[in-house]
Design a protein around this ligand. Structure first.
Ligand code: SF4
Length: 489
């Protein structure tokens, strides 16, 4: 270990349930974990009568504490304050809210009716969230509130039906999703047949449990990599087996414009798909080539025209700030295109260098814009979209994201995606079908989930399908923890 690495090394001793919070806090301030006693910093938590004693040591010396903390939250605040002092850095825009889903932290205030927003605002102040970030979170909270008012009753039976199609025409540089690269054609006939059977089993589960399917979502991968005939089979299976009469939204991701054509769009519309995502990421051919997209900006404009002609109620477009060689001027050009096309939804992402992505292995080959420029791009986007009548309505953070940024979804009024709001809040059952799909059962109380992931490899998924469907049933049929591959979070 070099001297610099030693200065930022830490270890932890205490209850296992504190490990994740501890790791997040240290990571946030730039420290790294060392297993053995050689680490310079040591965070120690001991159980005492009715609470915990927390202390941070630097070598042999006590840096802060010991302090009595009644619970894990108190210990987290203690640690973050101590690390902020040790590292000489402020807490940051999210204050003490280090978890991946800050919007979820506001969920308890939803049930407080009109008083909820003021309570949520107070909570964000106590968590020392910076005012601009708090305003963004409160905008998302209001979108959740509006949704809740609209759909009073039956919360515990509401569900989303999610279909995962894990194939793409090429592997984008930054992507770690489970996508196999395929060309359109009969190679996916076997997968299509398995998926239809999966949908049949999922539909039977939904009916048996009396779930009210509120939204349907086809993601991946790029679902429109299927042929029109394959897509028609899959959508027919959904309409045959899944009760969709209460659904208010059906989304299909057609993320890659090179998979969009009028015949495919006609199939989607004929089955009732009303929301579609066409994702440029950026509008400069030189950057699109750098990130291994197999299309140019002209293809995006063509796909958008075709989507409009097909008559979808809501069109979403995803953009990423911080791509290799991207400048603030490039993002300004992207915003000009958004304002000209006026998709009803726009999602602004920040590049995250994910471990499973080709980018992670080849990062040195690319020049990334500096953090301050990414920040400026995000602020430009936020200001311009607000001025154009878009409102932020959901946000989420990812691991490995540059700095403290978040991905933010904006919508024109009345076009907020129900699926996105519910997913980020994690308070709705998700019945997932398809290779790599996640199913999520909300446990009583509404805060904990039991999850099951279908295998990512299509061959394994096809071979083990019936067993996997049985395990999915067990998420809801069995006692807590009974499903073999399920995890609780
Ligand atoms: S199209 Fe989307 S899912 Fe497919 S590789 Fe690119 S980013 Fe990943």
């Amino acid at each position: 270990m070099s001297e610099k690495e030693f200065d930022l090394s830490y270890r932890f001793s205490g209850p296992v349930s504190f490990s994740s919070m501890t790791a997040q806090a240290f990571l946030h301030f730039g420290f790294h974990h060392e297993k053995d006693e050689r680490a310079l910093w040591h965070f120690r938590v001991r159980e005492t009568g009715g609470g915990y004693e927390a202390a941070l040591f630097c070598g042999e010396k006590r840096f802060r504490g010991p302090a009595f903390c009644p619970g894990r939250k108190g210990a987290a605040h203690f640690l973050m304050d101590a690390l902020s002092e040790a590292a000489g850095k402020p807490l940051g825009r999210w204050g003490y809210l280090l978890g991946m889903r800050p919007v979820k932290a506001l969920y308890p205030f939803l049930s407080a009716g009109e008083a909820g927003e003021a309570q949520a605002a107070r909570f964000l102040e106590e968590e020392r969230v910076e005012p601009e970030t708090a305003a963004l979170l409160l905008a998302c909270f209001r979108a959740q509130q509006r949704l809740r008012e609209r759909e009073a009753g039956g919360e515990d039976r509401r569900a989303a039906f999610y279909v995962h199609i894990p194939f793409c025409p090429s592997h984008c540089l930054y992507c770690s999703f489970p996508s196999a690269v395929v060309r359109r054609g009969s190679a996916l006939d076997g997968f299509t047949a398995a998926l239809c059977e999966d949908i049949r089993r999922a539909g039977a589960l939904i009916r048996r449990k009396g779930f009210l399917v509120e939204s349907l979502y086809f993601g991946g991968g790029t679902p429109t990599v299927l042929t029109e005939a394959q897509m028609d089979r899959v959508l027919s299976a959904v309409r045959t087996y899944v009760p969709t009469e209460r659904a208010v939204e059906w989304t299909v991701e057609a993320g890659r414009p090179d998979t969009v054509n009028p015949a495919m769009l006609e199939v989607l519309r004929a089955h009732g798909v009303d929301r579609i995502s066409v994702n440029p990421q950026t509008m400069q051919d030189r950057i699109l080539a750098r990130i291994s997209r197999t299309h140019g900006a002209a293809d995006i404009l063509q796909a958008f025209r075709e989507v409009r002609e097909a008559g979808f109620r809501t069109v979403n477009m995803d953009f990423i700030c911080g791509l290799p060689e991207q400048t603030r001027a490039d993002m300004a050009e992207n915003l000009r295109v958004i304002c000209q096309l006026r998709p009803e939804n726009v999602t602004i992402h920040t590049l995250a260098v994910k471990r499973g992505s080709p980018f992670f292995r080849r990062e040195k080959e690319f020049s990334l814009p500096p953090e301050a420029e990414v920040e400026a791009m995000l602020q430009d986007a936020h200001r311009r979209l607000l001025a154009e009548g878009y409102r932020p309505y959901y946000l989420y953070r990812q691991k490995y994201m540059t700095d403290d940024f978040a991905n933010v979804g904006y919508a024109l009024e009345g076009h907020e995606s129900v699926y996105n709001i519910q997913m980020i809040g994690e308070h709705q059952h998700v019945i997932g079908a398809g290779a790599g799909a996640a199913s999520k059962a909300v446990l009583p109380g509404g805060f904990r989930l039991r999850k099951l992931y279908m295998p990512r490899a299509a061959a394994v998924y096809e071979a083990d399908l019936q067993k996997l469907c049985d395990e999915r049933d067990q998420l809801w049929d069995g006692p807590a923890g009974s499903a073999g591959t399920a995890s609780v979070s």
